[in-house]
Write a protein that binds this ligand. Structure first.
Ligand code: GDP
Ligand code: MN
Length: 391
């Protein structure tokens, strides 16, 4: 779960990371009053859980409270990469001398957190990393040591950050550990004309698996909680896919992928190997969908409707190994699902395990023109793949 910038800013302040004075509001009038309290001149910043707000016109300087009101009126309601702006943060403007990047991100391959820092902050760090990798320092953090003063100094030196930035690097690490974050990023970290170091923009991603011990974010109220405003734009925002949201609402374990063979299976392990087998047949899986042990008619119908509403899907592969759930029950589920869902693309079903023969008989007697059966997983994968490729 991502936090809004203003929430990240509050966390930073709590941990002693210097941040500009700021206030949050959801109205233009509120922006005017906040600007009055903040000294008149303010930066008006869209609060959305996506980067690149500056380029999108979501970060603007306002010279006085009246201008802040006007600017807030423009920014509130704006759409930034599929996110609707519902709140703005008003911040005291900072006289920037230089902009840096600093962040900790989980390196899943290394099984450790990675410190990433660069003297080329402000703009897109991915772009800097791609075009000038030597300008980005990457240092793995030993979890048993954490970011000590020496480690922070090492990161700052490697990235050519000012030595005073080391204190911020240590405190960012404390945020990460104590708040159970997966990502803590400051971009830009700035040095002001007066020589002060300030975190001007923050991104914090909390580990949802640790939510049970992080009481403060479990509230659903918008002021305290990290309620989201995403519209769902898979192009710009992985993880906000509308199909994933629809599937989640139905309690399905669904992940959208970018291929053309829709996949339904029971059990995460079976589904994952199904993806592999389909890929092995030269096609690409369109999704991961684990309907779990029950595989009732309702779950099957829900799963099919989610998969079929993805226009990229050219064929669907249902791969079920009957264990506690008997295959004939699954087949009945498929037959019932076909009553409520209009099948528009071919469905290849492979039933094996408990009561497989009876399950196949159930499907045979339904004799739907778009449903075909296979007895092996490999055979079914080949069928589904070739149907998708020739479609
Ligand atoms: P982002 O575009 O979503 O990453 O939003 P940021 O908060 O990082 O703002 C984008 C850019 O606006 C920063 O890199 C700064 O160059 C600029 N900016 C933000 N706040 C201030 C400020 O207080 N003073 C000045 N001069 N520039 C600012
Ligand atoms: Mn930024």
């Amino acid at each position: 779960m991502d936090l809004y910038e203003h929430q990240a800013r509050e966390l930073f302040a709590e941990y002693g990371i210097p941040v500009p004075e700021a206030e949050v509001t959801d109205s233009p009038k509120g922006a005017r009053y906040a600007a009055e309290r903040l000294g008149g001149r303010v930066v008006v910043k869209a609060q959305v859980k996506t980067g690149g707000r500056g380029k999108a016109g979501g970060v603007k300087l306002a010279a006085d409270p009246a201008a802040a009101e006007l600017t807030a009126r423009q920014i509130l309601g704006m759409d930034i990469k599929g996110h609707t702006v519902r709140k703005v943060m008003l911040a005291q403007p900072v006289d920037i001398e230089s902009e840096f990047y600093a962040g900790y991100v989980l390196d899943r391959a290394a099984g450790r957190f990675l410190a990433i820092a660069s003297a080329e902050g402000g703009m897109d760090i991915e772009e800097v990393a791609a075009t000038r990798p030597e300008a980005v320092a990457r240092i793995l953090i030993d979890p048993s040591e954490g970011v000590t003063a020496a480690k922070a100094a090492e990161i700052a030196a490697a990235a050519h950050l000012p030595p005073e930035a080391a204190g911020v690097l240590q405190r960012m690490w404390q945020v990460l550990v104590r708040e159970d974050a997966l990502l803590v990023e400051v971009n830009p970290l700035v040095r002001t004309a007066g020589g002060a170091i300030l975190a001007l923009d923050g991104k914090v991603t909390l580990d949802d698996n640790a939510r049970f011990r992080q009481a403060r974010w479990s509230s659903d109220s918008d002021s305290a909680g990290p309620q989201d405003d995403r519209q769902g734009n898979p192009q710009t925002d992985p993880g906000t896919d509308p199909l994933e949201a629809a599937a989640a609402a139905k309690g399905l374990n669904y992940v959208k992928l970018d291929g053309e063979v829709g996949i339904i299976g029971n059990g995460a392990g079976l589904v994952m190997s199904t993806l592999d087998v389909v890929a092995g047949c030269g096609a690409r899986p369109a999704n991961f969908l684990d309907i779990g042990g029950g595989a009732s008619a309702q779950v099957m119908a829900d799963g099919l409707s989610v998969i079929l509403s993805d226009p990229a899907v050219k064929s669907v592969f249902v791969n079920v190994f009957g264990g506690i759930t008997a295959c004939d029950a699954v087949a009945e589920g498929i037959v019932q699902a076909l009553e409520s869902v209009q099948l528009t693309r071919p469905l290849v079903v492979r039933l094996d395990g408990n009561n497989a023969a009876r399950g196949r008989a159930v499907l045979d007697s339904r004799a739907h023109p778009l449903v075909q059966q296979a007895t092996t997983m490999d055979g079914a994968a080949r069928q589904a793949a070739s149907l998708a490729i020739t479609a």
